[in-house]
Design a protein around this ligand. Sequence first.
Ligand SMILES: Cc1cc2nc3c(=O)[nH]c(=O)nc-3n(C[C@H](O)[C@H](O)[C@H](O)COP(=O)(O)OP(=O)(O)OC[C@H]3O[C@@H](n4cnc5c(N)ncnc54)[C@H](O)[C@@H]3O)c2cc1C
Length: 554
Amino acid sequence: MLTDPAIQAIRVLGVPLELHEEEGLLAERACRQAGVRPQDVAGVRLAMRSLDARRTRGILRFVCHVDLFVREGHRSGALQKAIKAGRVRPAPESTPLALPPERIQRLPRQAIVVGSGPAGLFAALSLALSGAGVTLIDRGSSLDDRHKRLVPFHRGGPLDQDTNLLFGEGGAGTYSDGKLYTRVQDSLEATLLQELVRAGAPANIQFDGRAHIGTDKLHAVLPRLRARLIEAGAQVHWNTRLESVIWDPSRVGRVMAVRTDRGELPCDALFLALGHSARDTVEALFEQGLALEAKPFQFGVRVEHPQDLINAGRFGEHPQAQSLGAASYNLTSKPQGATAGAHSFCMCPGGKIVASISEPGHLCTNGMSNSTHSSPWANAAIVTTIRPDEFAAYGSGPLAGLQFQRHFERLFFEAGGANYTAPAQRVADFLAGEPSADVPRTSYTFGVQPGRIDQLLPPHVRAAIARGLEHFDRLIPGFGGVEGTLVGVESRSSGPLRMPRDRQSYRAHGTENCYPVGEGAGFAGGIMSAAIDGVRAVHACLAPAPTPSPKRNR
Ligand SMILES: Cc1cc2nc3c(=O)[nH]c(=O)nc-3n(C[C@H](O)[C@H](O)[C@H](O)COP(=O)(O)OP(=O)(O)OC[C@H]3O[C@@H](n4cnc5c(N)ncnc54)[C@H](O)[C@@H]3O)c2cc1C
């Protein structure tokens, strides 16, 4: 059905479904909404289902997008009207991971992909499936070993600077909520979700508007993705850290090999998928001439509440609230006057706060959860945007943002007692500018102790976050009260750098065969967008877009 060229998919937007209703009702409703007769429909697919938590008139319901497969050229006045009104649009086509041979113009004989996070993993898979020679290296360990190496740190041992919560198989999102939503609406989205399902992820990630895999399930998916990569012909080297690139002396901007802590590897294409925390590598590459520029990034704290408080605020007394599981939120406060806006980010329902660090003597929080969202806590980052002019004083040139992050990560580390315990403050005390006499127990791995988060943060960040918390308290009663705890610092919700690259070729400025991708390159902010960016760069490498011909003089 899906491959028949005579069949086209149209997407019917915003089809309502009550919580107790069967999904089977969607087909008829979508047909009615699109003005299409059921007998003209060859197939139906649920494209997206999300909970409308606005509780208009006390009603919680799902809102769905439904794809109808109708005969090409099918036109009815009612359908045209629905398209015009924006209720229906063509369903997005999907782009394959591998490029078909007829589109490939250049096939690297030996591509090196650095980093096994989503950007590197899917770039490597796309290269291998397209027939290129590819080696994926990562400074961290494979998943089972990564887990073993994390245990001593969590028991008070030293931090391993190559294998930790940020580095190792699967990258930074390996210990996360595994949220898979993206705002990019890219034609690779469906393809990537299919790959994940093929590797064992639950099928509902393909349509759930708030899809997440959860750390436990992600850990079953990653080894299968690795097996698929190896089956496709790629080589994978763990515990192999990129230290520098070796430029071709006869061709400016051409990388001919990489130097790692385990020796040199020749290459004719280099994909840098380093993530946002490979500070040592970025500093080394900058010294070697890789172009970098400062970019704005998110900075703030993590907030934690009892999950019950969030459920009550989102679902109220709805009789079916129990069946909906742990509630999530996505909150924003607008800037007002000189006070910047703030927003929640990376919300983990039923989750846990973790120490997301790769350098000893620094502290940085983030959140993760298992697939069942079963812990009694809900946590999220509450962040504001820091502009390059606001961090310029902390360092020189494009690396100033990195120095800003380090400064506050060290400050919070010391304030927590220099042993990865985090400073914490009740939200109500933060808003009142008072110390917390005590703080509730939190989910944070290393524990918390009372600290003056209101004084540790720069004043303009404090002001933006305070305004945000006051606003969020109006949306979820209790959000700004004594039951909320702030734990800090959340300094790596996004990266402070961009590796500038050509928009079409994806090549780093001034280079011939170096492709910076994903979050560390400044072109992604999450699992899906990083994976999409990695694959797009591979496609640009294999099938460069034609260079526009120079304009003729008339
Ligand atoms: C705790 C946590 C929870 C998160 N939760 C979510 C979520 O639920 N949903 C979501 O969309 N996003 C989430 N994120 C963000 C998401 O993980 C990142 O946006 C995404 O992983 C970025 O992908 P990437 O491939 O660009 O880089 P990364 O995933 O950071 O991968 C980079 C890889 O490069 C390797 N590397 C670095 N330097 C070198 C070197 N010199 N040599 C060799 N290898 C190197 C690292 O070991 C690492 O494996 C979370 C992040 C964290 C930390």
